[in-house]
Every structure is written in C-alpha cells, then in structure tokens.
Write a protein that binds this ligand. Structure first.
Ligand SMILES: [Zn+2]
Ligand SMILES: [Zn+2]
Length: 141
C-alpha cells in the first residue's frame, strides 16, 4: 500500500497516511478560511486508522470550536496538520501537508460561502453531501 509522509512547518511533528483517501476536494467555509488564513482549504479525507503520527505527538495541540472539528497543529511552529471530524469518522489531512499525495479534487463543499469562485467544472455543493448531513444541493460555478 502507498504511504505518504507529512510534517508540520518546523518538522517536529511527522505524520504518515497509508492507502487511498476517502475523498479529496476544496472546502470554502468561513471556518476553514479563518483558521487556514487562505481562501479555500484543500482537503484529503482519511479513515482514522489510515493516519499515524510517527513522531512529535507531544507537540500536537488541538483547538475545538465545535464538536465537529478537532483542529490539530504543532505547538512549536503553529503549522497546521489535520482536522479530526469525529461525527463523520474521518480525518482531514490537509493536502498541502502531504507533498507526495497527488491531489485530485472531486468536489467543492460549502460553496455558498466562497470568496474564491473556481470554475473547474467540478460539482459545487452548497454545503455538504447527504452522507455528511448536508443538503447535497448543487450550485452554479
Ligand atoms: Zn512544527
Ligand atoms: Zn471548511
């Protein structure tokens, strides 16, 4: 099985993912934007048992604004690592954290909140897919 390695900004936290992600895409929500300081979040979603912290676990800090998202970052450098979504049983390892993962986005979520429209022909969901509790309603690009 394929393994991809990732790290925080300073390198003290090392992570590894194995296999293939459940999904990849872009989230346009205001929370992702505020936390990442970027206009969109490029996500890759993994089953928790596919994600392993290889070293530096003592440097991982977690910020939880809602029960849906446990945002994990390095307490030394502030570099972002991943967001655990317990209600979904999935972990978003930021695509940018995994340099060797070929990012092949399949969907845009929370497009109703976009500040950066992306006309790439992919489906644009107003919020989330139905299996994640969303309306699955599609929007125009
Ligand atoms: Zn770090
Ligand atoms: Zn988001």
């Amino acid at each position: 099985m394929t393994t991809h390695k990732g790290a925080c900004f300073c390198g003290s936290v090392q992570i590894e993912v194995t296999g293939e992600p459940e999904a990849m895409g872009y989230c346009h929500c205001a929370s992702c934007r505020s936390w990442s300081a970027g206009p969109v979040n490029a996500f890759s979603l993994w089953k928790p048992d596919a994600v392993r912290v290889v070293s530096g676990v003592e440097n991982i800090a977690t910020f939880k604004k809602t029960e849906k998202s446990e945002r994990q970052y390095c307490s030394k450098c502030g570099g972002h690592l991943m967001t655990n979504h317990p209600p979904f049983g999935l972990i978003d390892v930021y695509a940018a954290t995994l340099p060797t993962l070929k990012f092949t986005p399949g969907v845009h979520v929370n497009y109703a909140e976009t500040v950066l429209p992306m006309r790439d022909g992919l489906p644009k969901l107003k919020d989330f897919p139905a299996e994640l509790g969303g309306s699955e309603e599609q929007m125009r690009e």
